[in-house]
Design a binder for this molecule. Structure first.
Ligand code: AMP
Ligand code: MG
Length: 189
């Protein structure tokens, strides 16, 4: 079994979003980690075109470093999610992410856009797992990297870089004796 570590970025505002603003995915980053060999089997990255509020706020561009042009040229959510699903056909895997945000955002957006949710009901919350395995408070990815003295590589809040950095945390946890099988949760699809 492999772990599919996914991190997504979405449209956002620092404060006062426009009326009826709905956040939409703008990048999907994913790393397929072989938990036995502790090696990366494959990666997936794509930009996604937001359709309800297509213009990125300056705050969102600054936070993520994703440009308007990148999302304009991005895939539709349907195409992006299909790419993610293809990974799950190629490698038997369990969907993992840091916290509940990515799972909830993907589920909600797939439902609202009529795109099939690409994963099973099972999910592994790595934020929770990191906290309970090491007996430390729940923290963001940056905090966990610091806690484990792993350097943050790339740009924080870029989906692919976040997924790679989270994969580093998971590799360390497994080296330290973490048994991920004990942490799998099941959610309504
Ligand atoms: P992350 O995986 O931490 O990069 O965050 C995923 C998404 O959450 C971002 O693309 C934003 O849409 C949203 N987000 C993260 N941090 C903030 C923040 N400080 N203010 C508003 N939205 C945020
Ligand atoms: Mg991210």
């Amino acid at each position: 079994m492999n772990l599919l570590i996914m991190d997504l970025e979405a449209t956002c505002y620092e404060k006062s979003p426009p009326p009826r603003f709905v956040s939409e995915t703008i990048e999907i980053g994913a790393v397929m980690l072989d938990t036995t060999k502790l090696s990366v089997l494959t990666e997936y990255q794509c930009f996604v075109r937001p359709v309800l509020f297509p213009e990125l706020s300056p705050f969102c561009r600054d936070l993520t470093s994703i440009t308007q042009q990148e999302v304009n040229q991005g895939l539709s959510l349907k195409e992006a999610v299909y790419g993610l699903e293809t990974l799950t056909w190629q490698h038997q895997s369990l969907f993992c992410s840091w916290g509940h945000y990515d799972r909830k955002q993907l589920k909600k957006e797939c439902a609202s856009k009529g795109v099939p949710y690409p994963f099973s009901a099972k999910h592994l919350n790595l934020k929770e797992a990191h906290s309970s395995f090491y007996g430390v408070k729940k923290m963001g990815m940056r905090g966990a990297l610091k806690h484990l003295q792993i350097p943050l590589v790339g740009t924080h809040h870029r989906g692919i870089d976040d997924a790679r950095n989270i994969a580093k945390i998971v590799q360390r946890m497994i080296q330290d004796g973490w048994n991920w099988l004990n942490y799998v949760e099941s959610y309504e699809k």
